[in-house]
Design a protein around this ligand. Structure first.
Ligand code: HEC
Ligand code: HEC
Length: 169
């Protein structure tokens, strides 16, 4: 009996050690993948027209947050843009569309074929914000999930890193 208990204890110690090592290895490779993939840390691109026109009513949402088909759909309906008129002259619209498409998310967000018009409806957005409590979204200082700058203090410069998030009280 005593022998078994000792044996069990040793086995347990080995298992704990193995799990510990596996977890720290997994964590390290995770952290490395984050540096490449992390939405918050990807290099930012800019265009003066885009920043001026698309940053007038809300933060100029980074092109990488939607696929090209979504940007095309948004840009072709600016006169009826989420209840606002964001219509532009053709030259500006063309320049901005080209900039958005060139820097768009290469993945498709939706297999249904209908392009998403909102970043806040993408799977990526939902998973990144899974841990944000319901009462936070209801805070009048937040108003809308599309109001990125309410929490992302550096969003204006294209930085959505979680280290620069400050939830309004
Ligand atoms: C006249 C004001 C105005 C201008 C200019 C404007 N928008 Fe918007 N935009 C809005 C409003 C209002 C919403 C809805 C915000 C909300 O739901 O809280 C919105 C929402 C969006 C969303 C969806 C946000 C989300 O994920 O829920 C995208 C994407 C977007 N705008 C892109 C653009 C682009 C690209 C331009 C420049 C061509 C632009 N907007 C210019 C007013 C504007
Ligand atoms: C109510 C506050 C709030 C709003 C509004 C908000 N976010 Fe966030 N966001 C957060 C929090 C908190 C995190 C970190 C979540 C975590 O650590 O699990 C986060 C994480 C992220 C990340 C991942 C960052 C990283 O370092 O991994 C991205 C990208 C992001 N948000 C983009 C956006 C965009 C784009 C908008 C607007 C369309 C937005 N967020 C609106 C609170 C907010």
């Amino acid at each position: 009996m005593l022998f078994n208990v000792k044996n069990f204890t040793r086995m347990f110690a080995v298992v704990v050690l193995v799990i510990g090592v596996t977890m720290s290895v997994a964590h390290t490779s995770d952290a490395r993948a984050d540096d490449d993939e992390d939405e918050g840390q990807r290099p930012t691109v800019s265009n003066a027209k885009w920043k001026g026109e698309c940053g007038a009513c809300h933060v100029a949402y980074p092109p990488r947050m939607l696929p090209a088909e979504s940007w095309r759909a948004i840009m072709s309906g600016l006169d009826k843009h989420f209840g606002s008129n964001a219509g532009l002259d053709a030259a500006s619209a063309n320049e901005i569309t080209a900039f958005l498409e060139k820097n768009a998310d290469a993945r498709k967000h939706d297999a249904s074929g209908k392009p998403l018009l909102r970043i806040t409806e993408t799977r990526g957005f939902k998973s990144e914000h899974r841990e944000v409590a319901a009462r936070v979204w209801k805070n009048p200082k937040v108003k809308s999930p599309a109001n990125c700058t309410a929490c992302h203090t550096q969003a204006e410069s294209g930085d959505f890193n979680e280290d620069n998030v400050k939830i309004p009280k």
